[in-house]
Write a protein that binds this ligand. Sequence first.
Ligand code: ADP
Length: 158
Amino acid sequence: MRIAVYPGSFDPVTNGHVDIIKRAAKMVDHLVIGVLHNSSKTPLFSAEERVNMLSEVCQGIPNVEIRHFEGLLVDFVMECNATIVVRGLRAVTDFEYELQWAQSNRIVCPQMDTMFLVTNVQYSYLSSSVVREYASHRGDISPFVPPLVAERLKEKYN
Ligand code: ADP
């Protein structure tokens, strides 16, 4: 059974993330979306809120499970009995950071491989931080996120 983990902050989940989730879910038997709870950062949405939004967004995808984790990704990947980590690449600027993590993770956990999916071009500009910035200024975020996420963002900033 091929189990993969797609880790990230997902603060909040965007259409770019959803695209990666749908494509990765077709490639593996089981996809765990790992929502990172980083206690040294203050996210806009709590880990619980981010897990809930992802659960609603991924409702129609049968082989996807949403969990949150703290600490090292390699430990979470082993806990999930996964051997694949999925990451999205938007531009060359993502590459150096991702390469460092992929290589260091393989030293610690040689059975683990990182699978990079290149973003669909219509999402290559899109990041959670751009979405948060638009939302904070009451901008139109409907092109960027699923409708329920747009609703939650409006509630946050009202
Ligand atoms: P992180 O804090 O790990 O960067 P993010 O939630 O921003 O978490 O992103 C999680 C993963 O999704 C990363 O691999 C990132 O490159 C990828 N990703 C983010 N935005 C997009 C997008 N618009 N298209 C494709 N992949 C994306």
